[in-house]
Design a protein around this ligand. Structure first.
Ligand SMILES: [Zn+2]
Length: 63
């Protein structure tokens, strides 16, 4: 069984709802934790309350 870990952005976009940008890191990560470690290098972030943010929204959250 092959499972790809796909991380989706959980940012709330005013008027649009969830961002839902998805990314699957290279290297076929088998767990979400491994996937997040790889995506972090691409600018993704995980918030303290357990939400994933795409690079676009991660930059906003940091500001
Ligand atoms: Zn986003």
């Amino acid at each position: 069984m092959t499972a790809y870990a796909v991380i989706a952005c959980d940012a709330e976009v005013p008027g649009l709802g969830r961002c839902m940008t998805e990314d699957t890191p290279l290297g076929e990560p088998k767990t979400a934790t491994e996937a997040r470690q790889k995506l972090r290098r691409e600018g993704w972030r995980r918030t303290r309350d357990g939400r994933d943010l795409c690079p676009h929204h991660a930059n906003r959250a940091a500001a």
